[in-house]
Design a protein around this ligand. Sequence first.
Ligand code: CA
Length: 237
Amino acid sequence: MAAMCAYVLVAEDEPRQAELIGRFLARENHSFLLVDDGRKALDEIRGRRPDLLVLDLMLPGVDGWDVCRAVRSEDADLPVLVISARAEADDKLLGFDLGADDYLAKPYDPRELMARVRALLRRSGTTGTPARRALRVGELELEPMRHEVRVAGRLVACTPAEFRILAVLAAEPGRVFSRAQLLEDAYGLDGFITERTIDVHVRNLRRKIEADPAAPAYLLTVYGIGYKISDGSGRGR
Ligand code: CA
C-alpha cells in the first residue's frame, strides 16, 4: 500500500523557514510548493487546489489574514495551518476567527509542525485511499479516477500499463522502486510480464512526459536498483 501523499502549499516569506518546512514535507513524501507572498498563495489555491495550506501571517503584499479570509470565502474545506512569530501570538484567536484550523507560534519544532500537518490531513480525509486521489509531483498530475496524466496542464495519453507504473511512482515521490517492486505493485503477480517490460514502459513514458527524454527530470533511473520519480526541480520551487 502506498503511503499518504498530499500536496501542501507553504506561504512563508523567510527562505530558511520555507526550505526547512519543505524538507520535512518531502521527508514524509508530500509534494509541496513554496510561495513567498500572499498573492502567489491565492493564485495557486485558485489554480491547483492544495490539500493543505501552511500560512505565515506576516507576508508581503497580501498578508496571511487576508489570504485566510479569501480562502474561507471561496473554499470552506481547505485545511489551513497558521504559523506566526511570538509577537503575533495575540492574534491566535483572530486566526481561528478567520477560519484557521490550527495555529503554531514561531519558533517551533519542525516535528511539531509535521504532527499538526498529519493531524489536519487525517481529519480532512486527504490521506485515505491514495489510488483514488489525484497525485501531483511538480508539474506532473495524475487523476486516477479518470486515468488522466497532465504535464504542466497538457494532457498526455498513456496506456493503462504506463499509467499504473507512473501512479505507483508518483504516490511516493523520491522513493526508489526496484523493477521487481514496480512489477508487483503495478501489475500484481502476473507471469507474462518481465522486468524488461518495465524498462520499455519507462522509456515510452519519458517520451511522453519529459521535455528531454534523454535527460529526464521526473522519471529518474537509480543505477543498479530501479526507478524513482522526482518533482522535476528537486527543490519544490
Ligand atoms: Ca513572515
